[in-house]
Design a protein around this ligand. Structure first.
Ligand SMILES: [Zn+2]
Length: 356
């Protein structure tokens, strides 16, 4: 597909539907614009959701789509990609780089995981719906128009407001053996301390599964958490982006990081429900460990305090498997169904897999 322009189809030939933009993927040089999604609201009858997009192209080479703000309260990627868009000079790149620094813009502007316009969680909305809500239309445009025009998709995440997360790069087990080997190779090139292989299936509603369906290498990562950033989480994010640009040959020198950090990545996986502990009633969660701790099956993960039963001793929670604490709930107040802690196990390659 040569152009990212989306024309309204005859049946919904209207200024009130779809998603449109004036970026032309064939053009050399720099383009800066917005994706626009018409969505009438009380305040503004002809309102359009505006999603910033920056596009650079110089000749042929790797074609990268870099995105942050899939969830609206995960800030490392937003800051790093806006900075990248400002700093990247088209003369310093090879190929094509498309940057979406605040993807689900209504969610980002509200500082919330999901869009306040439609309750949409973009990372559960793929393959999306052309005639749907803003989040569904955005997912549809990404999977059917933008992702197929790129070789590599990087979607930057963190734990969000309610969760602390181990700093990890992240891929899903998607595609054939060759596709997966390239994905693993590029994930290791990002140089994060941990790398996490998820198993969500080919039909998953996630950006990584969407990238695979679009024929692109999908890469992601969890760079922090708690609805904030830290000096360390920013260094890791900037380094991961620089490392990826360098590994693909899109740039010859770091653009973001003062000192590019490149770790030997410890590979982890999540494959069973036994790796998570969930709340089963209202209460307060008191953790015993921190993300990154190595733990053994049966060890104490924390305590659950039931404020409806003040005479009852706090409940001891124990890990169901041995491994590394991957994520942990940050809000003490919990309800039945809230995930309190996840433990990742060491990665095990499939029998037919090339060694990274
Ligand atoms: Zn996220």
């Amino acid at each position: 597909m040569a152009s990212a322009r989306r024309q309204a189809s005859p049946k919904d030939d209207s200024v009130h539907t779809g998603i449109f933009n004036d970026i032309d993927l064939r053009l050399e040089g720099r383009q800066q614009s917005c994706l626009s999604i018409p969505w009438s609201v009380d305040r503004s009858p002809y309102y359009q959701v505006k999603i910033p997009i920056v596009r650079l192209r110089r000749g042929t080479g790797p074609r990268l789509l870099l995105m942050a703000g899939n969830h609206g309260d995960e800030y490392e990627g937003n800051m790093a990609l806006f900075q990248l868009a400002r700093r990247l000079d088209v003369s310093a790149i090879r190929g094509e780089i498309t940057i979406l620094p605040m993807l689900n813009a209504p969610a980002v502007l509200a500082g919330r995981r999901r869009s306040p316009l439609d309750g949409g969680n973009l990372n559960r909305a793929f393959p999306g719906l052309d005639s749907g809500t803003p989040t569904e239309r955005l997912a549809h445009f990404l999977e059917h128009t933008l992702m197929p025009a790129h070789d590599i998709v990087l979607d930057l995440h963190s734990g969000g407001t309610s969760m602390a997360h181990l700093p990890t790069s992240l891929i899903e087990r998607q595609g054939g053996a060759e596709h997966f080997a390239r994905m693993l190779e590029l994930m290791l090139a990002m140089g994060m301390p941990y790398g996490f292989v998820a198993q969500n299936g080919a039909a998953a509603p996630t950006s990584l599964a969407a990238a695979a369906r679009a024929g692109a290498i999908g890469l992601s990562g969890e760079f922090g958490g708690g609805g904030t950033v830290t000096p360390d989480s920013m260094v890791l994010t900037r380094s991961a982006i620089d490392n990826l640009l360098l590994a693909t040959g899109a740039t010859d020198a770091p653009v973001l990081a003062r000192t590019v950090r490149r770790a030997q990545t410890e590979l982890l996986q999540l494959t069973s429900h036994a790796q998570a502990i969930y709340a089963t009633r209202p209460g307060w969660f008191e953790p015993a460990r921190l993300p990154g701790d190595h733990v053994l099956k049966g060890q104490v993960a924390g305590w659950y305090h039931d404020f409806n039963r003040p005479d009852e001793a706090e409940q001891e929670l124990t890990f169901g498997v041995s491994g590394v604490v991957l994520s942990q709930r940050l809000h003490a107040m919990s309800q039945a169904g809230d995930c309190l802690v996840q433990v990742a196990e060491p990665y095990e390659a499939e029998p037919d897999e090339r060694k990274p």
